[in-house]
Design a binder for this molecule. Structure first.
Ligand code: TYM
Length: 344
């Protein structure tokens, strides 16, 4: 089967999540839930725990290993089925790092300095950031293009990195006069592509926010979830009948979007039911739906984490399968670039 946007390429979806902290409701709604939904829809699905990305900022080795397993448990608990999808951790497939080097020679330094994620993470002292943090988007492009992936589901915050991936693919194809890499489509869809902090409607919900009250973690129990929603920042006005009425109320809009994403409804459908009511009524309803959506996931995660050897086996098996797709594409890339290949 050929991809409609990139004729000649197999439709293949790739996406990744960093194991750099516990996963949040933002990761679930913006990524994991959609990863599961995209399975069995006609495209191959390849999902990766991007541990090589995580180490661009220092990670405690013991903790990192635990978080890789926890991320794998979160993928599976959210419905990613290792029999239907390839699920693995990045560092077990060396093609990613090798392709990243090749892309380091294609991408321009100026492209990297423009990345807002680099600016945010490097902060004021960017001279002291790891070289890996600067080169990070070339590794991300490598993740995607080592599978010639045609589509990448992500949240809004990854848009700029995906544009850079398209730039790298286009520059490579142009510089070498080939059509080797597809121009990957970003899939940034739905109402939860940017879940905001519960404490500040202008900031993204993030696993690295110092305030735990700002996010819902996939490992939070029912009481914690209800309490965080109860304490979420809102305003005193009643809810309007349609989402347009929440333009200047970012905290309120965020909670309505979260409700809609959890309930598989549109924000307008949600507001049609809550029109005229205040947060005293809305928050308990949101807490109920959040708990009923997340509790089964938390419970399954705990079950998977009780058997780390099985997680390791699944990731190892996924890595072997990923390798069979990635290695021939990497080889072909090296040939195109004129790197001599003569190993028996
Ligand atoms: P990461 O680990 O920060 O986030 C993983 C995924 O979760 C989405 N996400 C959110 N979506 C909605 N609202 C939020 N508050 C929220 N927070 C996170 C992210 O958009 C992402 O889809 N660079 C990537 C990882 C990566 C990758 C890749 C992704 C590496 N290689 C190749 C796709 C393809 C990152 O740091 O995501």
């Amino acid at each position: 089967m050929s991809d409609p946007i990139n004729p000649g390429f197999t439709p293949r979806i790739f996406s990744g999540i960093q194991p750099s902290g516990g996963l949040t409701l933002g990761n679930y709604l913006g990524a994991l839930k959609r990863f599961a939904a995209l399975q069995g829809q006609g495209a191959e699905t390849v999902y990766c725990i991007v541990d090589l990305h995580a180490i661009t900022v220092w990670q405690d080795p013991q903790m990192l290993r635990a978080r890789i397993r926890e991320a794998a448990a979160a993928f599976m608990a959210s419905g990613v089925d290792p029999a239907q999808s390839i699920l693995f951790n990045q560092s077990q497939v060396s093609a990613h790092a090798e392709m990243a080097w090749l892309f380091n020679t294609v991408a321009r330094v100026g492209w990297m300095y423009r990345m807002t994620q680099f600016k945010d993470k490097a902060g004021k002292n960017s001279e002291n950031a790891s070289l890996g943090l600067l080169a990070y988007p070339a590794l991300m492009a490598a993740d995607i293009l080592t599978y010639q992936a045609t589509a990448v589901p992500v949240g809004e915050d990854q848009k700029q990195h995906l544009e850079l991936t398209r730039d790298i693919a286009a520059k490579f194809n142009h510089d070498y006069g080939v059509g080797h890499f597809p121009i990957t489509e970003p899939l940034i869809e739905g109402v939860a592509t940017r879940v905001m902090s519960l404490r500040d409607g202008s900031r993204k919900m993030s696993k690295s926010d110092p305030s735990d009250a700002s996010r819902i973690n996939l490992t939070d129990d029912a009481d914690t979830i209800a309490q965080k929603i109860r304490k979420a920042r809102t305003d005193a006005d009643p809810l309007p009948g349609a989402i347009d009425g929440l333009k200047d109320r970012p905290e309120a809009r965020n909670l309505v979007n979260i409700y809609a994403a959890l309930a598989d409804e549109t924000p307008d459908q949600v507001l049609a039911r809550f029109e005229g009511q205040g947060f005293g009524a809305f928050k308990p309803a949101l807490a109920d739906i959040a708990v009923s959506a997340l509790s089964p996931i938390t419970a399954k995660m705990t079950e998977y984490m009780d058997d780390p050897a099985e997680i390791d086996r699944i990731l190892g098996d996924g890595a072997l399968r990923a390798d069979t797709v990635a290695t021939p594409i990497l080889e072909k890339t090296k040939q195109i670039m004129g790197l001599l290949r003569s190993r028996p």
